[in-house]
Design a protein around this ligand. Structure first.
Ligand SMILES: C[S@@+](CC[C@H](N)C(=O)[O-])C[C@H]1O[C@@H](n2cnc3c(N)ncnc32)[C@H](O)[C@@H]1O
Length: 385
C-alpha cells in the first residue's frame, strides 16, 4: 500500500501530516475537548496542570502544548469562536437547525478561521508526559520514559509534577489526566481487552494519586463484554462518567474513551498500583449481592444487565455514550478522492525507537527474510572449504 492510498483511505492520517501533528490521535483529543471542554479556561475549572500517560509519539502532548502553552485555539474554544463569528454575521436569532446555517458554521473557511489567529497562552502551565518508548522533545513538556503499570513510576511522576513534592504532605494538584495507552494488540480480542483494562486501572491509580478534587480523567478503553464493570468502578470516584467516541476513531474499532469529570478523592485512602481494584471492589460486591439489583455479577466477572426499572434503582447505571466531533468532520471510515496534483507528505515525526527496528536488525543478522542470503551463503561456503 502506497503513502497516497493511505492518505485517501484515512483522512485523519493525511490531515495530521498537513497540520503538523505527530499522529492522527491528536484529532481524537481535540474532538473530545469539543464536547467536554477538557481544557477549560474558566475558573475554578481552569486547566493548567496535565499528565499525559502513554504519550508517545506525542500528538496529545502536542495538543496540550499548543493549547495551554502557546494558547492556540482548537476543540471547544475553536467551536465557540466560530459560533461567535457566525452570530456577529447573522444576528442572535440564527437557526442552527437549518442545514445551510449549520454548514456555514462548520464548513466555511471564514467561519473556521485560523487556529493560531489569537493566541491565548496560560500562566504556570505544567505538563508531564510518560511512555515506555522514548519520545522526541516537545516545547514545555516534561518527559518521563517509564512504565505506568510499575509502582516505581509513582514517585517519578509526583516529583516531575512538583520537584518539591513532600510525601508526608501530599496534596492533589493536577487538573486533568489523559491516557491513550494501548498494548501491542495480538488480535486475540479477550487478551487485548484484558491487557488494555490493566493499563486503564494503572492510569486510574496514577490519576487518583495526582488529581485535585473536581479534576478530570480521560482514558482509552476497548469496549469488551465486561466494560460495564469498568464504568461501575469509575462511578464511585467521579461525579460524571461518559463514554466518548470521537469521529476520528474508526467506527469499526472497539476503541472508545471514558471521560470522567468531578474527581471525588476517597477519604483516608491512598491508591497503590497493583491493588487498585480493592477500593472499587465494594461496588462489584454490591452489584453481585443485592437481591433487588437488576444487575448480577456472573462467575466469569462480567456483569449481567436487565433493563427494567432503571429510573427507580440507583444501582442501575449505564454510562451515557456520546459521539463527538461535529457532523461535518471527516469520516474516519470513508475513502476520499484526492486532487490530481496531490502530493503525499512524509510523517511529521518518524518513530524514535520502534519495536520493529530490533526485529529488522535480528533479521539482517540472520541473513534476511528470503532464502539463502549472502551471509548464510558465505557461512556455508566456509563450512565447505
Ligand atoms: C496509541 S499510542 C499513544 C499515542 C499518543 N496518545 C499520541 O497522541 O501520540 C499508545 C502508547 O501506549 C504506550 N504504552 C503501552 N503500555 C505502556 C505502559 N505500560 N507504560 C507506558 N506506556 C505504555 C505505548 O508505548 C504507545 O506509545
Amino acid at each position: 500500500m502506497g503513502k497516497s492510498s493511505k492518505d485517501k483511505r484515512d483522512a485523519y492520517y493525511r490531515l495530521a501530516k498537513e497540520q503538523n501533528w505527530r499522529a492522527r490521535s491528536a484529532f481524537k483529543l481535540i474532538q473530545i475537548d469539543e464536547q467536554f471542554d477538557l481544557f477549560s479556561y474558566a475558573e475554578p475549572a481552569k486547566c493548567t496542570r496535565v499528565v499525559d500517560l502513554c504519550a508517545a509519539p506525542g500528538s496529545w502532548s502536542q495538543v496540550l502544548s499548543r493549547v495551554l502553552i502557546k494558547g492556540e485555539s482548537f476543540g471547544r474554544r475553536a467551536w465557540v469562536e466560530r459560533m461567535e463569528r457566525f452570530r456577529n454575521q447573522t444576528g442572535p436569532q440564527m437557526d442552527l437547525a437549518s442545514e445551510d446555517n449549520l454548514a456555514a458554521v462548520t464548513k466555511s473557511p471564514e467561519m473556521r478561521g485560523s487556529a493560531a489567529s489569537v493566541l491565548n497562552p496560560r500562566p504556570n502551565v505544567r505538563i508531564v508526559a510518560i511512555d515506555l518508548q522514548p519520545m522526541a522533545p516537545l516545547e514545555g513538556i516534561i518527559q518521563l520514559k517509564a512504565d505506568i503499570t510499575h509502582p516505581s513510576t509513582v514517585p517519578l511522576l509526583l516529583r516531575a509534577i512538583d520537584p518539591d513534592f513532600d510525601q508526608h504532605n501530599e496534596t492533589h494538584r493536577v487538573d486533568l489526566v489523559i491516557s491513550d495507552g494501548a498494548p501491542d494488540v495480538t488480535g486475540l480480542h479477550d487478551l487485548d481487552i484484558y491487557v488494555q483494562s490493566q493499563l486503564l486501572y494503572s492510569a486510574l491509580t496514577l490519576a487518583m494519586k495526582v488529581l485535585r478534587p473536581g479534576g478530570k480523567f480521560v482514558a482509552k478503553i476497548f469496549r469488551g463484554r465486561n466494560v460495564d464493570l469498568i464504568f461501575a468502578q469509575l462511578k464511585p470516584v467521579f461525579d460524571k462518567v461518559h463514554i466518548a467516541k470521537p469521529r476520528s476513531s474508526r467506527a469499526s474499532s472497539i476503541e472508545a474513551f471514558v471521560v470522567c469529570e468531578g474527581y471525588r478523592p476517597v477519604k483516608d485512602w491512598t491508591p497503590e498500583i497493583g491493588d487498585e481494584l480493592n477500593i472499587l471492589q465494594p461496588t462489584v460486591q454490591q452489584l453481585a449481592s443485592s437481591e433487588t439489583s437488576t444487575r448480577h455479577l456472573r462467575q466469569d466477572g462480567t456483569v449481567e444487565l436487565h433493563f427494567e426499572d432503571e429510573e427507580t434503582d440507583p444501582r442501575r447505571w449505564i454510562a451515557p455514550f456520546l459521539a463527538c466531533g461535529d457532523l461535518s468532520a471527516w469520516d474516519a471510515d470513508a475513502t476520499y478522492k484526492l486532487p490530481e496534483d496531490y502530493v503525499s507528505l512524509p510523517p511529521v515525526q518518524p518513530p524514535t525507537a520502534p519495536p520493529y527496528k530490533q526485529a529488522i536488525e535480528h533479521r539482517r543478522a540472520e541473513g534476511g527474510a528470503y532464502g539463502r542470503t549472502k551471509s548464510r551463503l558465505r557461512a556455508t561456503q566456509e563450512d565447505v572449504t
